[in-house]
Write a protein that binds this ligand. Sequence first.
Ligand code: ARG
Length: 402
Amino acid sequence: MGRAKKVVLAYSGGVDTSVCIPYLKEEWGVEEVITLAADLGQGDELEPIRAKALDSGASVSLVADAKAAFINDYAFPSIQANALYENRYPLSTALARPLIAKLLVDAAAEYGADAVAHGCTGKGNDQVRFDVAIAALNPDLKVLAPAREWGMSREQTIAYGEKFGIPSPVKKSSPYSIDRNLLGRSIEAGPLEDPWTEPLEEIYLMTKPIADTPNSPEYVEIGFEQGIPITLDGQTLGSVDLVDRLNQRVGNHGIGRIDMVENRLVGIKSREIYEAPALLVLIYAHRDLESLTLTGDVSQYKRGIEETYSKLVYNGLWYSPLKQALDAFVQQTQARVTGTVRVKLFKGSATIVGRKSANSLYTPDLATYGAEDQFDHKAAEGFIYVWGLPTRVWSQQVKSST
Ligand code: ARG
């Protein structure tokens, strides 16, 4: 008796997910493996991947262009939430998982599969994100994770694949583990496992080394409508195009690198390097526009929501009820977050140098120190008397009793 009859497998074209195909059939008695490769802008050519799945024993090889859904339905809501895990990581890898899970669940329904599968190992966050997202979308579907159980080393995996005609990697495999999509790259392992070791320049692809960046600053104006980025320098662009172009421009100035030790959900600390040029600048710009268009109390309260939101996304709870409730809060706050932010790109830093909005709450007549000042200075005195009253009473009581 096999673990499942018909399985939809998340497929990348790499050795591990390719080996999953014969492994599911030979070791776990699966009758039919359907693969699904999602294009999230990782830059791989899809046609060879489609063919490789069939060569490796898949009965159907699906390829989905999911770039627009990725940006519109996952990245943009996260930008509206200014989501930065542990205050730094913009979740470029994490955001892709609930989308892939959804594609798997939809394909399983379409093809009548009784299980879905992924190639994650048992140490990372991604297995959690897949398993929990799939459970949320269809709690009756089985999830198979062969690489979590097979216990094969890299060499053994390659040797196993060769028995079934899966070619071993042509290049000497890199010491790094890299995840890439339109939003960014995540790089770990190899020499990076020592948190004291500076990353070699060779690991970066989306961001230039400072030595090679332009010697004069460049400005970019990002236009938002209700918290969604819509224009670059006044030009309306489709979401995928906007992120793509901003990646180029920002990365060209060496902006968007993060080197951090983060806390994984499974309790392990890991050292990860990220580059996410456009995503980071979009979050900084969006956050700045909120400072102009939201009241102080909403902004301040939202910060707590953002921290919880980031943790939920990192920890695989994209489709959870708490995440949905926070989404409703975030959406409610975005109605008037419309305007333009001006960002200066230069030598590794993105600096916000201007912001404007038709919904601006910034009131020059109140803020100015000049003659136009409309603020009622006398009113401040009574306000301070009432505001400080509890502290004054407390202080008098302490003084009289000591
Ligand atoms: N640490 C990041 C996350 O949990 C990225 C994980 C994948 N990283 C990798 N280098 N393969 O979202």
